[in-house]
Design a protein around this ligand. Structure first.
Ligand code: PMV
Length: 305
C-alpha cells in the first residue's frame, strides 16, 4: 500500500544570512508543495524518481540516514511530484527530506513526532551541505510562520491570520552555498563590520515578530525594506533584485526585500489589496515574474495512506 506525504516550500521573511550565525529569523511556509509517494519495491533495488529535486543527495542521504538509524532495509520505490519549479528557490531539498522522513515514519509505523523529524532533517542538511540554519527544514516540518533560531534552538509559531505577499522571481537561479561562503569570507576579513550588520538584522527581526503578532503590516513592511538595505550592505543583492524591490516600494508596497540567500531567486513585497495590482505591474516592469503563492500554510502532512 503506497503512502503519499507532502511538505511545503518556504520563504524567508526576515533574517537571512544572520540566521546562519545564530541570530533569529522569520520564516513562512507557502502553498506550493512537494509530494513524496513511497512503497516497498518488488525486487532488490530501490526505484527512485525525483526529477524535481535539484540535489538528489538529499534523497539518498535521507534514505541512508534512516536505514542506519532504524535498521529498515527493504528496497523502496520513491516518486516525487512538485507544485513549484526548483529554480524558484522554494526549498525542494528541504521539502523532499522532510516529506520522505514522514513517509518512512508512516511506512514503518515508528510514531516519530514532528520535532524528531525536524532534528533528523537538520542533521541530514548538515551532512549534505556542511552548513545552513535549518530554517527550510523548520518551514517544511512545522509550516505556518515561525520565529526561528538555527538548529531549532527557538521555534516559535507566530499566529498570523494572513500575510499578503507578492512574490517576484528574478529570472536568475541563485546558489545558496556560494553566497553563504561569500558572507563567511567577508566576516573572516572584517568581523566587526559583518557582525554589526547581523546585530542590526537581529533587531529588526525581533521588531518584526512584534509587528506580525499585532498584524501591523505597515511596520513589518518597513522592516522588510530596511532588511533589504542591510542585505545590500552584505553584498548579496543584485541590480535586478534591487530594481524589483525599489519598483515594488515605489508602487505602494508596505515594504519589499530579497528572500533567501540573494544573488537571484525571489523577492517579496508586502501589499494591501489596493496596492497589489500596481506592485505586481512594477515587478513585471523591472523584469520580474510574478509567482502566485499563499504563505502561512500547514507543514508536512499525509495526503494518502
Ligand atoms: O537561498 P535560500 O532560500 O535557501 O535561503 C538561504 C538562507 C540563508 O540564511 C542564507 C542560509 C540558511 O541556511 O539559513
Amino acid at each position: 500500500m503506497s503512502i503519499t506525504v507532502s511538505a511545503p516550500g518556504k520563504l524567508m521573511l526576515l533574517g537571512e544570512h544572520a540566521v546562519v550565525y545564530g541570530y533569529p529569523s522569520l520564516v513562512t511556509a507557502v502553498d506550493q508543495r512537494l509530494y513524496v509517494t513511497i512503497d516497498k519495491a518488488q525486487g532488490m533495488n530501490d526505484i527512485i524518481e525525483t526529477p524535481q529535486v535539484k540535489n538528489t543527495s538529499f534523497v539518498s542521504e535521507t534514505l541512508s540516514y534512516f536505514r542506519n538509524k532504524y535498521h529498515k532495509n527493504d528496497a523502496l520505490s520513491i516518486l516525487t511530484r512538485c507544485d513549484f519549479s526548483p529554480k524558484l528557490g522554494f526549498g525542494s531539498s528541504s521539502a523532499v527530506t522532510v516529506a520522505l522522513l514522514k513517509a518512512l515514519n508512516l511506512l514503518y509505523e515508528l510514531n516519530l513526532t514532528n520535532d524528531e523529524i525536524f532534528h533528523c532533517g537538520y542533521e541530514i542538511v548538515l551532512k549534505v551541505q556542511g552548513t545552513g540554519s535549518g530554517f527550510d527544514i523548520a518551514a517544511a516540518t512545522f509550516g505556518k510562520t515561525v520565529y526561528y533560531v538555527r538548529g531549532g534552538k527557538t521555534l516559535e509559531m507566530i499566529n498570523v491570520p494572513s500575510l499578503p505577499l507578492v512574490v517576484g522571481y528574478s529570472g536568475v537561479k541563485a546558489d545558496t552555498a556560494t553566497l553563504v561562503r561569500q558572507v563567511e569570507k567577508a566576516r573572516d576579513y572584517n568581523p566587526e563590520h559583518i557582525d554589526s550588520i547581523f546585530r542590526a538584522i537581529e533587531k529588526l527581526v525581533i521588531s518584526g515578530r512584534d509587528a506580525l503578532r499585532n498584524n501591523d503590516y505597515k511596520s513589518f513592511g518597513s522592516l522588510m525594506t530596511e532588511n533589504h538595505s542591510l542585505l545590500k550592505r552584505l553584498n548579496v543583492s543584485t541590480p535586478v533584485l534591487d530594481n524589483m524591490v525599489d519598483g515594488a516600494v515605489k508602487a505602494g508596497a508596505w515594504g519589499a526585500k530579497l528572500s533567501g540567500a540573494g544573488g537571484g531567486d525571489c523577492m517579496i513585497a508586502l501589499v494591501s489589496d489596493t496596492t497589489r495590482p500596481a506592485v505586481e505591474d512594477a515587478i513585471r516592469l523591472t523584469g520580474g515574474e510574478i509567482v502566485t503563492v499563499t504563505p502561512n500554510v500547514s507543514g508536512v502532512m499525509i495526503e494518502r495512506t
